[in-house]
Design a protein around this ligand. Structure first.
Ligand code: GDP
Ligand code: ZN
Length: 316
């Protein structure tokens, strides 16, 4: 049988087959996937083959094969083993909730998120929430941000989870797909998901201040079916994406508007910093690339160069 992993709790997996029946599944023996050093071989969202065995009165599934993943998101383990934990896989779209105020979502946060989504190969959509609260100044800012990101090619939605505005457009983007929601604490993720699917009580809401970073929190992602043919993956405790490891030269590939200009730079390994005849810098001077994007780029680049150096020293 073929099925999709909806939940994983250590050694057991809840797998739904194509007829909609759930099986408790295990894996037998060692299950290694080439190229990935992870603490968990199977993750929520995985498409697997399994056989069914009788265990007394109970039927249990034995996972025999995992289908190739379209994408997956990981979390590095806190200890030094350098192992990674695969949080979820086969995600079609991730919605980043953005609020102008209460809380403030900075362009730096948005850009880091988008870079990571690009690196993972997951479509990202910006959802501006709490539009009911915007005064004139905040509205200007919201529309300005929306213009920046739409121009780059990111789809943007304006919603009010509280007043249930813009929800149909969001639901349309979720239909027949696997979605995830992300964003700072307080942007309205729980409120929004409750508006979309009133009977679903996601754990997003229960993650409170006690789970500040640095603590060991076990994350059990879980997939849910919504009534309108949409699937949602809940990842309690994860608000952002973190950053994935990449080479400095690679970073601008994940800024689509920089990537589009890359071939026009004089040097093919241009970092778009001090190099002469840099098409990205020229576009910046012409106001064709927003300053905020370039600033985020430099911030990530500098942070990454630091990480990169540190990692290299560590290995020496
Ligand atoms: P989460 O931490 O992202 O899950 O955020 P919550 O869903 O808990 O929302 C945080 C606060 O923002 C709550 O007091 C919500 O009532 C409020 N909130 C959420 N969405 C909206 C909205 O569209 N408009 C307004 N005015 N408040 C909202
Ligand atoms: Zn350049």
């Amino acid at each position: 049988m073929t099925g999709t992993v909806y939940k994983s709790t250590g050694s057991w997996y809840s797998v739904k087959n194509e007829q909609g029946v759930f099986y408790n599944c295990r894996i037998k023996g060692k299950f290694r996937i080439k190229g990935i050093k992870s603490t968990n071989p199977i993750a929520v969202g995985d498409s697997v083959d399994f056989s069914v065995e009788k265990n007394g009165d109970e039927e249990i599934g034995i996972i025999t094969k995992i289908r190739e993943r379209k994408n997956y998101i990981i979390r590095k383990s806190v200890n030094l083993s350098k192992q990674t934990h695969i949080i979820a896989s086969n995600i079609d779209v991730v919605f980043l909730l953005v609020t102008i105020n209460n809380p403030v979502t900075t362009t730096s946060f948005i850009d880091r998120f988008l870079v990571t989504a690009e690196a993972y190969g997951i479509e990202a959509v910006l959802v501006f929430n709490k539009i009911d609260t915007l005064d004139e100044v905040a509205l200007d800012e919201q529309l300005y941000l929306q213009a920046i990101y739409s121009e780059i090619g990111y789809q943007c939605l304006r919603v009010s989870a509280k007043e249930e505005k813009g929800i149909e457009a969001l639901k349309a983007l979720m239909q027949n797909r696997v979605s995830m929601f992300s964003g700072h604490s307080g942007v309205g993720k729980s409120t929004l998901v409750n508006t979309i699917a009133p009977n679903l009580n996601l754990k997003t809401a229960e993650i409170s201040e006690q789970h500040k970073q640095g603590q060991h929190t076990t994350t059990f992602a879980e997939m849910f079916d919504l009534h309108f043919d949409a699937k949602i993956i809940d990842t309690p405790g994860i608000r952002g994406f973190g950053m994935v490891d990449m080479q400095p030269e690679e970073l601008s590939d994940y800024f689509p508007e920089f990537f589009a200009l890359k071939d026009k730079c004089k040097f093919n390994n241009c970092l778009h910093k001090e190099e002469p005849k840099c098409a990205v810098k020229e576009a910046l001077d012409q106001d064709e690339i927003p300053w905020s994007r370039y600033q985020s780029y430099l911030q990530i680049l500098e942070g990454d160069e630091e990480n990169y150096r540190q990692n290299n020293y560590e290995n020496e």
